[in-house]
Ligand binder design. Structure first.
Ligand code: COA
Length: 488
């Protein structure tokens, strides 16, 4: 009651000016301190005197979450770009630095439209501006120094040592801008493999995912979800936002490192859980237990077993003979066992001691799932979903990428977004998977190579038109071929 009174007492004009103040950049890269009236803010602040009173702006109109944060985006391929694109979705200003004439290697990889940047690139680099700089050119180094002073966070995922070889050591960056956060993705953390270059599948293998994925009889398997690249980019974004938050208190930046091996292991933590459980006995929820097959020293591949102790499996649905995705995931959750028995025409299983309890069912899971499958094959995966949902039975259709691309509910929520590109035309991208009620996301197309070089140099970094012309002539922002022509 008292809170509402306080908020209502705050005139809108004042609140607006506070919001403006917070988004104005200070020379220190820190949001301006708000001198709030302690009587007004006390009920909300929990000991944080700089918090302004709660905004009375309409929801979604009080600015984006990371508005005012500037990212010096030195990323390439997938892991780093995933991170900076997410920060861009959240409102950060991303300045992507690319090698003149070359750019991020993915611009040209897996090309589907001649002459256009690939979907590999465009789907990972939305909400960014592109500037080309030869980071090894003396003039290029000078521009980078300005960018380091201008930005809050440098994000990179070069091979180990590459940033240092450019002269951009932590000591140099920290001296140039003590507030800068330097965030890196590397394949491995400190240790025997720290110097290795790493790609997605290597991380999946080294992080414990591949050895625990696939069928027992088959080889280790990598997953389609890019848990090594995109997963680590996501971890890095979390680290950066946390470092920005800590900087509000300490005033200084720090290094943030995400090793891909660590990121994958974090996502595979339930398998490390099972590794430890193995020392106390067999893993009873794995179907190999029910089949009487002994466990070895390490967590085995569990096929499509459900990981959470509620037995599940992938079952065929109507049309499976011709449609490779006509399947459903089916979980025999204990509380709805009775409903499952009724639906599949086996009401006697509700009381049969061989089937009535979860432990009794464990040795018979294959037979049980075969029986359920005889029922699911009479319906489409969507019909199975509809019927089972009515009984609270957890099932999920196996959706193809084709179905996901056409799914209107994903379009409506902005999870799948259509973007227009000047060269390739319209394309689909994955929008912000995180939905926030007061920080709306706008998804913008990926930039062309060097599209914003002049704009960033003159508007953001303050170079005059003459200085820009001199930089251009120096070869620091143009492809090497041009340098040779100009020199001739
Ligand atoms: N101007 C001048 N040189 C530039 C430049 C620029 N704007 N941008 C990059 N370069 C140079 C780098 O300085 C480096 O040169 P150096 O080796 O002489 O020091 C060179 O380009 C290549 O960088 P590198 O990172 O080694 O690229 P790569 O194509 O050989 O390796 C990876 C690619 C992904 C294997 C490697 O970057 C890596 O292991 N990254 C960390 C882990 C990771 O993120 N992996 C997942 C990728 S999705």
């Amino acid at each position: 009651m008292a809170r509402r009174k306080v908020a209502a007492a705050k005139p809108k004009k004042v609140v607006k000016s506070i919001i403006k103040k917070r988004s104005v950049r200070t020379g220190t890269n820190r949001p301006a301190q708000i001198k709030a009236d302690p009587k007004v803010t006390a009920p909300y602040n929990n000991g944080w005197p700089e918090l302004p009173p709660p905004s009375t702006e309409p929801w979604g109109q009080a600015g984006k979450a990371l508005e005012g944060v500037r990212i010096l985006d030195f990323t390439h391929v997938q892991s780093g770009p995933t991170c900076t694109q997410l920060l861009g979705y959240m409102g950060a200003e991303c300045i992507k630095v690319e090698r003149p004439g070359v750019g991020d290697i993915t611009r040209g990889q897996l090309r589907d439209v001649k002459g256009a940047d690939s979907l590999y690139f465009t789907m990972l680099n939305g909400n960014k501006r592109s500037i080309t700089i030869d980071s090894k050119h003396p003039k290029g180094k000078e521009i980078l120094e300005r960018l380091i002073k201008h930005c809050d966070v440098l994000v990179e995922n070069f091979a180990p040592g590459a940033l240092d070889r450019m002269g951009l050591t932590w000591d140099y960056i920290h001296k140039t801008n003590p507030r800068m956060i330097v965030a890196s993705v590397k394949g491995f953390g400190p240790g025997p493999y720290e110097d290795c270059k790493v790609y997605e599948n290597i991380a999946q293998c080294a992080g414990g995912s591949a050895s625990t994925t696939g069928f027992r009889e088959g080889p280790p398997l990598v997953t389609g979800a890019q848990i090594g690249d995109s997963g680590t980019g996501l971890h890095l974004a979390f680290g950066i936002v946390t470092a920005l938050y800590q900087r509000m208190r300490t005033g200084r930046g720090q290094r943030v490192l995400c090793a891909m091996q660590d990121g994958v292991l974090n996502l595979a933590r339930v398998k490390l859980r099972d590794q430890q459980r193995l020392t106390h006995g067999p893993l009873t929820e794995y179907s190999q237990y029910g089949e009487g097959i002994a466990f070895g020293k390490a967590v085995p591949r569990a096929g499509n077993d459900s990981g959470g102790g509620q037995p599940g499996w992938i079952l065929k649905c109507k049309g499976w003979e011709t449609d490779p995705d006509a399947y459903t995931y089916f979980i025999t959750q204990a509380p709805v066992w009775g409903a499952i028995c009724d639906l599949i025409g086996k009401p006697e299983w509700k009381t049969d001691p061989d089937y009535a309890t979860p432990p009794a069912r464990l040795p018979r899971l294959r037979h049980i799932f075969n029986t359920i499958e005889a029922w699911t094959t009479t319906m489409t995966k969507f019909e199975v979903m509809e019927i089972c949902n009515k009984h609270d039975i957890p099932v999920g259709p196996i959706l193809s990428m084709n179905e996901i691309a056409e799914d209107q509910s994903l379009r409506a929520t902005g999870t799948v977004v259509e973007v227009d590109h000047p060269i390739r035309g319209k394309y689909l991208t994955v929008g912000n998977p995180v939905k926030m009620s007061d920080s709306l996301t706008e998804v913008r197309r990926a930039p062309l190579l060097g599209e914003h070089t002049e704009q960033i140099l003159t508007e953001a970094l303050g170079y005059s038109a003459e200085e820009y012309a001199a930089i251009k002539a120096s070869g620091a922002i143009t492809p090497p071929e041009k340098k040779e022509t100009e020199a001739a």
